[in-house]
Design a protein around this ligand. Structure first.
Ligand code: NAP
Ligand code: FE
Length: 384
């Protein structure tokens, strides 16, 4: 995992000179609002100004970024003569930044290059700044794009690591409870799928276990967020949430975690990224893409949907290791947590069958499971 990672308060401003070392003009790649709302964009533009580096800003990355968006950002970066790329956001802008940096480096190619195998994957330099606690994209070589032409979502074949990752947990403060819950479950899925993987090694398992132990307090925090008024569709936009301890009397308290907890959530997500940088993800992630594409279900929530089913098929000793490390007493305890933190949507039988069929057609993914997989096993994991 070759990315240089810093994690501290004021990380971006502290590392202004490190950022400036990558070029003279940067393309900043973000979603529409969050980079500004969480303060990261201002930190970056101030850091660039202090070093005399100019920038152009592309702020139209949608959730589950599309190939079309990558090409629009690439065109802007080339037109403006940017020589490095900064991704600020959740996994969507960070994954987009990788693909944009690839396409800017190969400026004579069209979008089909994104899917060409065995070709040059070199990119312009990339700096990643996470504002969610889920994907670990800042330390993985993965860029996941949505293809509208085939109505599908998946990793592009290029392996693209960023050069520098700057972690500041303060950026998580503006994330909604639903985004925090979904992304923290994504991190949990990375850690568990990496540990219970045919490609796990003694080293990747150590990283996964450390990540799970770092994640451990997240369970209570996320259960304490249920159900914040904002999630229930109320116009109340205060940052008050009900605590799990008070779930019976339904009283409300202020946001129930300190910066220390947010730091742990962000670090757990980066550990998750490091773990899947070694092993890749497994069947829950593979199944999740159909739910996200067809229902618009958030990525982490969609992965978490299949996690209990995956653990039920795995070696009980491995399952005990991951559950103990993350603070769950049993698979059922995880299921209860998932329902409280993310809410369990009803997914139609037809869609689950479609998800299973898509994974069965992908032998590379099937091989990731460290146990025998056939249609009936997949159907059990999907809850059919
Ligand atoms: P995301 O799609 O990047 O963002 C989800 C939502 O959260 C957006 O509306 C975003 O707003 C908002 N948001 C992000 N940070 C915020 C903050 N600090 N405050 C307020 N709002 C905030 O979410 P994600 O779950 O992190 O990323 C999901 C994507 O990553 C999927 O495409 C998934 O497939 C991919 N992924 C990649 C890897 C990898 O290894 N590369 C691993 C797992 C998943 P804006 O739109 O305004 O930014
Ligand atoms: Fe994921």
């Amino acid at each position: 995992m070759p990315v240089k990672v810093f994690s501290e308060n004021n990380c971006v401003r502290n590392h202004a000179a490190d950022i400036a070392a990558y070029g003279t003009k940067t393309l900043i790649v973000t979603g529409r609002h969050s980079a500004e709302a969480c303060g990261a964009l201002k930190d970056v533009t101030d850091a660039l100004a202090s070093e005399g580096v100019s920038y152009v800003h592309f702020n139209k990355v949608e959730e589950n970024p599309s190939v079309e968006t990558i090409m629009k950002a690439r065109d802007l970066g080339l037109k403006e003569g940017a020589d490095f790329v900064i991704g600020i956001g959740g996994g969507s802008p960070m994954d987009a930044a990788k693909a944009v940096a690839l396409m800017m480096k190969h400026s004579d190619k069209d979008a089909s290059y994104l899917y060409e195998k065995g070709v040059d994957s070199s990119t312009l330099p990339i700096i990643e700044i996470p504002t969610t606690c889920g994907t670990g994209s800042e330390v993985t070589a993965v860029s996941i794009l949505t293809r509208h032409d085939t109505h599908s979502k998946g990793s592009i074949p290029h392996k693209i690591f960023g050069n520098l990752a700057l972690l500041d947990a303060r950026y998580l403060e503006s994330a909604s409870p639903a985004t925090l819950a979904s992304t923290a479950v994504d991190a949990l899925a990375h850690l568990i799928e990496s540990y219970i993987s045919a490609d796990a090694t003694v080293f990747s398992r150590d990283i996964a276990l450390t990540g799970l132990r770092t994640w451990i307090g997240t369970k209570d925090i996320l259960m304490g967020l249920k159900p914040p008024a904002r999630l229930a569709g109320s116009s109340d936009s205060s940052t008050e949430f009900r605590t799990s301890a008070s779930s019976h009397d339904m009283s409300t308290v202020k946001l129930p975690f300190s910066n220390g907890d947010l730091e742990r959530m962000l670090l757990a997500s980066t550990y998750g990224g490091m773990a899947i940088a070694h092993t890749g993800t497994s069947l829950p992630h593979a199944l999740s893409y159909t739910l996200t594409c067809d229902l618009g279900m958030k990525h982490g929530k969609a992965c978490g949907y299949f996690l209990a089913g995956y653990m039920k098929e795995a070696d009980p000793a491995d399952v005990k290791s991951v559950l103990d490390a993350a603070g769950f007493t049993s698979i059922e305890d995880y299921e209860q947590f998932y329902e409280e933190a993310c809410g369990r949507d009803t997914v139609s039988r037809e869609l689950l069958e479609k998800a299973v069929a898509a994974v069965l057609a992908n032998p590379g993914k099937i091989k990731k499971a460290p146990f025998h997989v056939d249609r009936s096993v997949m159907e059990r994991i999907a809850g059919l």
